[in-house]
Design a protein around this ligand. Structure first.
Ligand code: NAD
Length: 232
């Protein structure tokens, strides 16, 4: 009856066609992160930031969940609330594979929020700086994304899940963005076993008990099959 926390990163969605930060020539290299992924960048040029996330939203809508998303959804369906899915990804591919209550610590590209009143709603395909908030009507709408310099969402719930976890699994994350990169230490202090599933070793690889390397669509379904066989 193992309790598991799974932390996923951009590598989980890479084979669905959504590029990681590190993809050579990828979209993230064409934009300056300071301009499109910080509150200061949004204050300077909201039109550019909306353009960037409108493109991310279009890519997300065009993408399909891959075998790794489906395997994690199946694991959750079998083990129920003993599995906590935490993701740094802003896409909705885990949900579209059937996962429920995914903790999106960096927000969701398919959601919008009002910087004036805090109201949140499903984002339209294309957002614009002049869009009024549906609740307070201020033209202060932004994508519901946690930008660099902002506090990630649901840190209390994640901390509580890590405190109870017997197994912590990091999938497709480089271990370079905090606080997510610190979860492996937290899991270690709490006595959990730590497993890394990644294409290449992450920066914190030495902190894991075990690292399995390969594409997520291959190694995640294999690990889930092992878990389900062990659970009987
Ligand atoms: P990252 O780009 O820093 O690292 C990606 C990791 O995935 C690397 O360790 C790489 O080896 C691994 N990887 C690449 N292809 C893989 C594959 N096919 N199978 C398994 N692993 C693979 O990503 P990160 O650690 O998630 O960085 C965090 C930031 O990136 C977050 O803030 C997140 O919001 C943002 N991001 C999200 C998306 C998305 O929502 N799909 C895409 C790009 C970046």
């Amino acid at each position: 009856m193992t309790r598991v926390v799974v932390l996923s990163g951009a590598g989980l969605s890479a084979e669905s066609g959504l590029g990681t930060f590190r993809d050579a020539g990828g979209i993230w290299q064409k934009y300056d992160l300071e301009e499109v992924a910080t509150p200061e960048g949004f204050a300077r040029n909201p039109a550019l930031v909306h353009e960037f996330y409108n493109a991310r939203r279009a890519n997300c809508l065009a993408a399909r969940p891959n075998a790794a998303h489906h395997a994690l959804a199946a694991l959750q369906q079998r083990l129920g609330d003993r599995v906590t899915l935490v993701t740094q990804n802003i896409d909705d591919l885990l949900e579209r594979a059937g996962a429920r209550e995914v903790i999106h610590m960096h927000g969701q590209v398919m959601r919008a929020q009002c910087a004036h009143c805090g109201h949140r709603w499903d984002a339209p395909a294309v957002m614009d700086p002049s869009d009024p908030c549906p609740a307070c009507e201020h033209p202060a709408t932004r994508p519901d994304i946690v930008w660099f310099g902002e506090i990630p969402y649901h840190m209390d719930a994640i901390g509580a899940a890590l405190a109870e976890a017997e197994l912590f699994v990091a999938i497709g994350t480089s271990g370079s963005v905090y606080p997510a990169a610190g979860f492996v230490r937290e899991a270690h202090i709490n006595g959990a076993r730590k497993l890394e599933l990644n294409l290449e070793p992450s920066e914190g690889s030495a902190l894991f008990d075990d690292t399995r390397l390969g594409p997520a669509t291959e190694i995640v379904p294999l690990w889930v099959a092992e878990m389900l066989a062990a659970e009987g």
